[in-house]
Every structure is written in structure tokens, then in C-alpha cells.
Write a protein that binds this ligand. Structure first.
Ligand code: GRG
Length: 301
């Protein structure tokens, strides 16, 4: 399997769908809002959450197109979180993916609304008419899973926890750091696997395996990201290199990669994309050019 080709094909599917929905209405009072949403969505990043959702369907021997609206919803939520995270009240970052952050380009007012509108649009995708043939109970379970991952018990909660911790002067506890990363980053990655699996009515054993894979991968993803930031000279007190040596961080990421692959033991070849994605995330820890992840995966596999 050529992972680069796989990424490109899946990214194209997601991009086409997002492009269709987020067309800028001409001469409309909404145009500015659409421009701001599109500014962050395109060209976007690696689309890793969307690709994981499509790969999760494949692991269950289902057509990934069936869960395309879910893949889009995940990506839309992720992009909202980046816009809000860059705002002056949160991380106050002027740059995102090599270009001015959304609020630098459009102003804070529009950037806040672009984030809000994206988060809400994700639920339009989740309740998309093309998903109507799925059992209503399964659709609600899927919506519940993703809402939980993005909300106060997931990503937003994790971010709030980081803000509270940042203000403390006492020594930082490793367990708290891990807790906030599991919520801030890990829950959405886990949902990338479980939300499609719930909709597709995966057997409990397969669902649990995908959940475990997602949990291990979510943490590995955060550690790999922290290592890359550290190598680029971006040091945060909330990163893994702040609590352990770089070698320990790498060892932990490799352990998590192995555990994620082990969690897929009951799957056959159909889960190979998921196995390769885990290797790709962790084996690229040393790649300082993060933006090139989606373009040169096999170089480090
Ligand atoms: C504002 C509710 C709210 C939450 C913000 C996700 C998040 C919480 C903040 C983003 C900042 C950050 C660096 C989080 C760690 C997770 C992470 C590595 C995000 C970047 O994800 P990638 O690498 O980004 O998938 P691309 O650019 O590829 O889409």
C-alpha cells in the first residue's frame, strides 16, 4: 500500500465535499464569514482526523464514502479549534500553517464567528440527509460520541484545563499534563475512529479495538507534535519535553505506536492503512517540516 497515494486520494474526497458546502455566496452579507471559514479550511492541513475516519470504515470492511460526512465534520471541528486556539485570549498565535492566523487576516470578531459557524456546520454534516439510511439509534450514538469528544468532556474541557493549570504557580504534575492532552487532542482523534464505527454498527469487539487504537494514537500524536515543536525551538511548559527527556518522549511515542498497532490484532489487511498511519505519525517525529507530512509519508516508513 502506498500511503502517500492513500492520503492524497482521501484528502481529495474530503476537500471536494468541503468545497461544495463552503461555497462563498456572491454579493451576500455572509460572504465575509464564508471567506474566513474557507481561509482556514483551505488548503488546510494533513486532514489526519478525516483520513482516520475513512480508514476506520475500511477496517470494518465498509465503503469509506458512507462516512464521508463524518470525516468532514471531524475536520471542520478541528479547524474551528485552531481558529479559536490562535485568538489573543487563548494561545495568541499570529501564524498558523505558515500564514497569518484567521484573526490576523479577518479581525477577532469575524474569526470568533468563523469558529462558531464551523463548529455548528459540523453538526449539519453529522445530521446529513445522506446518512438517513442508517439506523436512527446509530446516528444518535455517532452524534453523541463526536459531541462528547469536542465539548466540555473532551477538547474544550482539555483546553480549559490547560488555561487553569497555566495560571498555577505550583509545580506541574505529569498526570495532569497527560489528562489535559488526552482531552485536548486525544478525544477528537479517538472519535475519528469511534464515531464512524458507531454509525456503521461495528461489533463491540471491533469498536473497542478501534477505541484503544485511537487512544494510543491520540497520545502518540501529541508527543510527536511536541517533539517537532521542541526541535523547531518552540518550547511549552505543557509539552512532553517539559516533563521528560527527549529520548524518554521518543520511547513513549514508540511504545504508544506499538500499542495502537497491537489493538488492531483482530483485524486483517483491511486495517493496514490504520497500522501505517500509526507508523507515519510516530516515525515522522524527527521531521521538522510538519507541513510535508501528507506529501512525503513513505520517506520515513
Ligand atoms: C479552542 C476548544 C478549543 C480547543 C483548542 C486542538 C486545540 C484545542 C488547540 C490546537 C493547538 C494544538 C497545537 C493542539 C495540539 C493538537 C495538535 C497537534 C493540533 C494540530 O493538529 P494537526 O497537526 O494540524 O492535525 P493540521 O494543520 O495538519 O490540520
Amino acid at each position: 500500500m502506498n500511503l502517500e497515494q492513500y492520503f492524497l486520494e482521501k484528502k481529495k474526497l474530503v476537500d471536494q465535499e468541503l468545497d461544495k458546502y463552503f461555497q462563498v455566496p456572491s454579493k451576500s452579507p455572509f460572504s465575509k464569514l464564508y471567506e474566513a471559514m474557507r481561509y482556514t479550511l483551505f488548503p488546510g492541513g494533513k486532514r489526519i482526523r478525516a483520513i482516520l475516519a475513512l480508514a476506520s470504515a475500511e477496517a470494518l470492511k465498509k465503503d469509506p464514502l458512507e462516512v464521508l460526512p463524518i470525516a468532514c465534520a471531524l475536520e471542520i471541528i478541528h479547524n474551528y479549534s485552531l481558529i479559536h486556539d490562535d485568538l489573543p485570549a487563548l494561545d495568541d498565535d499570529d501564524l498558523r500553517r505558515g500564514k497569518p492566523s484567521n484573526h490576523i487576516q479577518f479581525g477577532e470578531d469575524i474569526a470568533i464567528l468563523a469558529g462558531d459557524a464551523l463548529l455548528t456546520a459540523a453538526f449539519e454534516f453529522l445530521s446529513h440527509p445522506t446518512l438517513q439510511h442508517f439506523d436512527a439509534k446509530k446516528r444518535i450514538e455517532a452524534i453523541h460520541d463526536l459531541s462528547r469528544a469536542a465539548g466540555p468532556k473532551g477538547m474544550a474541557g482539555g483546553q480549559a484545563c490547560e488555561i487553569v493549570e497555566r495560571k498555577k504557580t505550583s509545580e506541574r504534575d505529569c498526570a495532569i499534563l497527560e489528562f489535559l492532552h488526552i482531552h485536548k487532542t486525544g478525544m477528537l482523534i479517538r472519535a475519528s475512529l469511534t464515531t464512524p464505527a458507531l454509525l456503521l454498527d461495528a461489533p463491540t469487539k471491533a469498536l473497542n479495538s478501534l477505541k484503544r487504537y485511537g487512544e494510543h494514537l491520540g497520545l502518540a500524536f501529541q508527543i510527536a507534535d511536541d517533539i517537532q515543536d521542541y526541535q523547531k525551538g518552540k518550547f511549552s511548559n505543557f509539552s512532553y519535553p517539559a516533563t521528560s527527556s527527549l529520548d524518554e518522549c521518543r520511547r513513549r511515542a514508540i511504545e504508544l505506536k506499538e500499542s495502537s498497532i497491537k489493538a488492531l490484532a483482530s483485524f486483517g489487511k483491511e486495517a493496514d492503512p490504520l497500522r501505517q498511519i500509526a507508523c507515519f505519525v510516530v516515525d515522522n517525529m524527527h521531521d521538522k517540516e510538519r507541513g510535508s507530512w501528507a506529501l512525503k509519508p513513505e520517506q520515513s516508513l
